[in-house]
Design a binder for this molecule. Sequence first.
Ligand SMILES: [Zn+2]
Length: 54
Amino acid sequence: MSIEAGHRAERDLELRCENCSNHIHVSEGDVIPKCPSCGSERYYQPKSGPGDAR
Ligand SMILES: [Zn+2]
């Protein structure tokens, strides 16, 4: 499941750029920026699973 720039993060997110694998952190309430490295607007979450719930 990919995540696009321009959306507001509903919670703190750790994201990786789909294009260049650059890692960014987005805080809850922040708008997800374009990748600062390559300008891509698509990200994925490197880890998602049971351990992520709180
Ligand atoms: Zn990138």
